[in-house]
Write a protein that binds this ligand. Sequence first.
Ligand SMILES: [Zn+2]
Ligand SMILES: [Zn+2]
Length: 275
Amino acid sequence: MRVPEITDVPADAPGLSGAAVPGRPSRLLQALTILLGLDEHRCPACGMPVSGADCAKTAEPLLRARMRACGLCADCARALPPLSGARCRSCGLSLPGPAGGRQLCGDCLHRPPPWQALALCGDYGGRLRQLILRFKHGGRPALAFLLAGMLLEAAACLPLPDVIVPVPQHPKHLFRRGYNQAHELAVALGLQLDLPVRPLLRRTKEVPPQTGLPAALRRRNPVGSFCAPALEGLHLWLVDDIITTGSTLRTAAEALRAAGARRVDVLALARTPLP
Ligand SMILES: [Zn+2]
Ligand SMILES: [Zn+2]
């Protein structure tokens, strides 16, 4: 997805001469704000101070666009993904060999997932992991807007859905954290795309947290744990934060397909390597 640049605005556009236009600060005011350091904020990934001047002196256009869109410092904008290397096109698992193929991992070859396409920001590690941890466990639901922006970069090639659906959390976990991170992401996506967000999936039984469970148990864990109302003919984006074994997403997508969804695509922030 193309992020608009300030340089895209024609030179004779209102406001560039210093004259204020309704709802937009004048150039003089912007310059004063930068000069006095009043535009400084903290990078949401590492907490370092960032200013508009830092952004303006960054030479690479893509990096600058990401800094502007997400409020990141240059280091974090550079360190966060795009994805690289060979990947399973269905579940995003990192695979050996050269990038760019249409390869599938053994699991997806053996048991094709119930979704059509996957958009993924990166592997669960480094700066992306830091950011997700702050979002998920640091009481920072507002980071959803930054992360949703990255998801939109990753999903630029996907057709837009009729509805965006978050993977639900069990009420007990929701109570503990105060928010469902997948729901926050879905809402941020919906606001940026002007698309409806609906919590269509309902958990039908409690699922213990997957952390620390052996892989075989984690795969078995969420079976039969979701249901959905009739969704005849709808194209859905199913949103979650982290793909571990993919079994939660698989069960959720199966429930959506069983309810009549025409197409389900999965959007997730990160993929863990195989345990
Ligand atoms: Zn940073
Ligand atoms: Zn796979």
